[in-house]
Design a protein around this ligand. Structure first.
Ligand code: ZN
Length: 192
């Protein structure tokens, strides 16, 4: 993220940069780790710790140039994910999804998709063009949000993660097996 610190900031005020500098960057769990294929448990504690976790998840996601990150991808079996399809360009586009569920889906769109836990591999996945989801933010407040195209895709992809489902499970068996074989080879070579 660009450094926006300027001399116009009052010196006593805690600059946002101080906060982001303190963020923990999690390493992202890769395909093959069983945590990615297990369901998660509901978020019940909406406290400062959860707020910190979700901010750290945003920072980790931006560091990896992703547009979504789910807790299992940092090794936590918790029903929370973060999404920002602007990649950090617009602070208002940051969406915390605690306990999300799809309440409406419409249309179909087939687009190429990837995953931070399966780096280097992409595949075409059929997803709804529009989805409305209901979730809670980091404070526990319920909200509904409608997403279209990439945002709808990100919502579905992240909710899948929270159910232990990866995008390769939506591919044909042939394509999925090909990716799995390549990953197996990479792992043997110590490159995964
Ligand atoms: Zn993913």
């Amino acid at each position: 993220m660009p450094d926006k610190s300027t001399s116009s900031e009052p010196t006593q005020a805690a600059a946002p940069e101080t906060v982001s500098a303190a963020r923990k960057i999690y390493s992202i769990v890769k395909y093959g780790d069983p945590i990615l294929e297990k369901p998660t448990t509901l978020v019940t504690k909406f406290d400062a710790e959860l707020e910190q976790l979700t901010e750290d998840m945003f920072a980790s996601m931006y560091a990896a140039s992703g547009v979504g990150l789910a807790a299992p991808q940092i090794g936590l079996p918790l029903r929370v994910a973060v999404v920002d399809v602007t990649g950090g360009k617009n602070p208002e586009a940051k969406i915390v999804l605690a306990n999300p569920e799809v309440i409406h889906a419409e249309g179909e769109k087939r687009e190429e998709e990837g995953c931070l836990s399966i780096p280097g591999f992409r595949g075409y996945v059929l997803r709804p063009q529009f989805v409305t989801i209901r979730a809670q933010n980091a404070k526990g407040e319920s909200f509904e949000i409608r997403g279209e195209d990439l945002l709808a895709r990100a919502f579905c992809h992240e909710i899948d993660h929270l159910n232990g489902v990866l995008f390769i499970q939506h591919l044909s068996m042939l394509k999925r097996d090909l990716i799995k074989r390549k990953i197996k080879k990479l792992r043997k070579q110590g490159e995964w």
